[in-house]
Ligand binder design. Sequence first.
Ligand code: DC
Length: 237
Amino acid sequence: MTRPLIIAIDGPASSGKSTLSRLLARELGLLYLDTGSMYRAVALAVTEAGVNLTDSKAVGEIARRAAIVLEGDPDSVRVALEGRDVTEAIRSEQITHASSVVSTIPEVRREMVRRQREMGREPGRGVVLNGRDAGTVIFPDADLKFFLTAEPEARARRRFEEERVRVQDINYDETLADINARDRRDSERDDSPLTIADDAVVIDTTELSIEDVFRQMLEVVRERHPPDEGGASNPRP
Ligand code: DC
């Protein structure tokens, strides 16, 4: 039996990773693992416990104990924390910010990476995983790596358009400032900063539609892993 494909997709905030990972996972019949939602769940647990976000010892302990479960199809993944559905709660502005802070803590990263490797290696299933360190740290030996990027202004514009449906008092300048701050924290942290793997296929999505990017990614998958070599050929029912 051929080894199931592992496809790692990294990139900065709001570069289209989640949407494209979902589409790719569905098309190829692979598991979808959104690693960012795990850092978000830790951030929620820390916030609810009233613990200081930068208290690495206490935050690390919470991360180690947190029962985080991701389940469902790529299009309808639910995130549970201690058995409670937190899918929506982890998307708030407050938790978005908190996750960006707790994800700089090495103890938290160590624990999440350990779990992500376990989940991604689930026997018999391939995986599309997205994050900041999917192709550099979690699975440096992934079959295929993509790095999606876009100008900060384009990413802020997308996020602003998405968010303003839900949130009334959002404004573009603040969204852009937040994207820039998250980029800085992602790129400047000591532990596993956001970097482009040497063997990653880099796609700048600034001027591209989701459909364009999806087509490009699918082409690369089919080229590098033709259906008769297994992996990309057998969508699960
Ligand atoms: O992708 P996202 O915005 O849902 O991720 C939430 C936070 O977690 C973000 O600030 C970056 C961080 N993160 C990380 O450090 N490593 C990952 N593999 C995924 C996310």
